[in-house]
Design a protein around this ligand. Structure first.
Ligand code: F6P
Length: 556
């Protein structure tokens, strides 16, 4: 099937006809079938995916599976996992799955087995992590490093930030003296706070950038380097020189060793990864160093193993039992056939605070596209607008819109079944378990209310308009047995593969991001104009006035 014409395929046409009927049906009606919960629930890799509250039925799913076959999803999965050049615009594979292959595996890509290199990097990471945890990694004055600041943005920030936060309670005892922090914003607002508080003698910066050209990261890195040099070298601490500062206070993670060396990162402090790992898919290797520093290398390997279990499931399960495929098809159904173009991610676990932000990049930078592989413009919708927040907090913020607004929105509810078993103090454990039960009750109540609307409670009499709930908002519930490195790895891999399946159906390339390039170029030109105080004459009236406001301020 030519992807640009997927909306002219037989399966698409049948789905469009079927949607006419399904649009008229309310979810509460679909739930008259008592087996529905079971029929639309699947499990794999420690995750339970309940898709029964989607506005679909058995026939919908059959038709969607035909669409997936017609669009070449099985072939696409094979191509992705075997290292074919699925990133067509950049003519390379997208092999994040290779980063979680076990050491005994082999994957020959473009004539080379990539697995030994992957494990060599993991072993180098392990050595680094051990040096921090055993207090052997010392700053230029001989004191052990206490604060590690990751300087990166996008995929070089969001994945490590999300996972370190989610798994902080797995921190092994020997990691307790190392604190990991993140600075991503180009304006320096996070960094300035760290520089005010941290001791330069015990602070190390990890510069994480696949390209090692990202201005946001390099600006933060330059400020950090000058801060260290000013405090440790220019202030004249005896015996400390620039070379020592660079060697003992900076690590670089990138696919560009030359650029790292040019910047001054010692070769022994460079962790490399490959062009075939996309930035937003890169937390599984060197970019994951901050994660490994917090949770330890053993847990980091569990994270990889969990993701690998999901990869195997993705590869082997039949389409109708395949969690990423099913999650993707629910999305296609909502976007393309029910016209639901807003998608909210709602974890019911404070540890997943950054999960929505992580998925915003994963999904929207991957699939927020309108050109197919062969350059045609699509004539159907692709990635929905995706946003989210911790569910319990969002209940006090934007759930009003979900329940009574005018927008149809699909929501993913995510929660661990078990929590707090290992809290030592019995009374505290009981309180915390009760809080967890309360949280689950809220999670389940919200998705039920979104589904049933007014029918969720049995109350006699007519309600006034402002107290009505129309319901019929589709939701997915994802339960993790517990939130562990392995289940988190599986959860992330589930969404990565979902994104790929959707892209395969839409005929777009998930693995490039040309849409962000022009903005960078224009920002560079604007910066030059701001600095040189000239050259804005040909610009639009609004931008000219904004630039002049800066110039006026600079003259004051
Ligand atoms: O500008 C977008 C982007 O390229 C993302 O895709 C990427 O994750 C981020 O910038 C950071 O890129 P790098 O790791 O090369 O600094």
């Amino acid at each position: 099937m030519n992807q640009a014409t997927i909306d002219r395929s037989a399966a698409w046409t049948r789905l469009a006809e079927h949607a006419e009927e399904m649009r008229r049906r309310h979810l509460r009606e679909l739930f008259t079938d008592a087996s529905r919960g079971e029929v639309f629930t699947r499990q794999a890799a420690g995750l339970t995916l309940d898709l029964s509250k989607q506005r679909w039925n058995g026939q919908t799913l059959e038709l969607l599976l035909s669409l997936a076959r017609e669009a070449g999803v099985p072939e696409g999965i094979r191509a992705l996992l075997s290292g074919e050049h699925v990133n067509v615009s950049e003519d390379r594979p997208a092999l994040h799955t290779a980063l979680r292959l076990p050491p005994e595996a082999s994957l020959v890509v473009d004539g080379e087995d990539v697995v030994p290199g992957v494990h060599e990097t993991l072993d180098r990471m392990a050595t680094m992590v051990e040096r921090f945890h055993t207090r052997q990694w010392r700053g230029a004055t001989g004191r052990p490093i206490h604060d590690v600041v990751n300087l990166g943005v996008g995929g070089s920030d969001l994945g490590p930030l999300m996972v370190t936060h989610a798994l902080a309670d797995c921190r092994p005892r020997d990691a307790h003296h190392v604190d990991v922090h993140f600075a991503s914003t180009m304006d320096g607002s996070q960094l300035v706070d760290y520089l005010a508080r941290f001791n330069p003698e015990t602070t190390l910066f990890v510069i994480s950038s696949k390209s090692f050209t990202t201005i946001d990261t390099l600006s933060n890195a330059r400020t950090a380097r000058d801060w260290l040099l000013a405090r440790l070298v220019e202030d004249g601490i005896q015996g400390v020189d620039e070379e020592m500062v660079m060697r003992q206070h900076f690590i670089g993670v990138s696919a560009k060793p030359d650029k790292m060396s040019e910047w001054g990162i010692a070769e022994s402090n460079q962790l490399l990864f490959w062009e075939w790992v996309g930035g937003r898919y890169s937390l599984w290797g060197g970019i994951g160093l901050p994660i490994a520093l917090v949770i330890g290398m053993a847990h980091f390997r569990d994270l990889l193993a969990g993701a690998h279990a999901m990869d195997r499931h993705f590869e082997q399960a039949a389409l109708g039992d395949n969690l990423p495929v099913l999650l993707a098809l629910a999305g296609i159904w909502n976007v393309n056939f029910l016209d639901i173009r807003a998608h909210s991610i709602l974890p019911y676990d404070g540890r997943l605070e950054y999960f929505a932000a992580y998925l915003e990049q994963l999904e929207m930078e991957s699939n927020g596209k309108s050109a197919t592989h062969d350059g045609h413009q699509v004539s159907y919708s692709t990635c929905p607008v995706l946003w989210g927040q911790l569910g319990p907090n969002a209940q006090h913020a934007f759930y009003q819109l979900l329940h009574q607004g005018t927008q149809p929105v699909v929501c993913d509810f995510i929660a661990p079944l078990r929590r707090y078993d290992d809290v030592e103090d019995a009374a505290t454990r009981d309180h915390l378990k009760a809080q967890h039960r309360l949280t689950l009750a809220n999670c389940f109540a919200q998705s039920r209310l979104l589904m049933l609307g007014d029918d969720a409670i049995d109350e006699p009499g007519e309600r006034p308009g402002h107290k009505r709930y129309r319901g019929n908002q589709p939701t997915t519930t994802l339960l993790l047995d517990r939130l562990t490195p392995a289940t988190l790895g599986a959860l992330i891999a589930l969404y990565e593969h979902k994104v790929f399946v959707q892209a395969t159906i839409w005929g777009i390339n998930s693995f490039d991001q040309w849409g962000v390039e022009l903005g960078k170029q224009i920002a560079g030109e604007t910066e030059r104009i701001l600095a040189e105080h000239r050259g804005h004459e040909a610009m639009d009236a609004s931008t000219r006035a904004l630039i002049e406001a800066v110039w006026r301020m600079e003259k004051e």
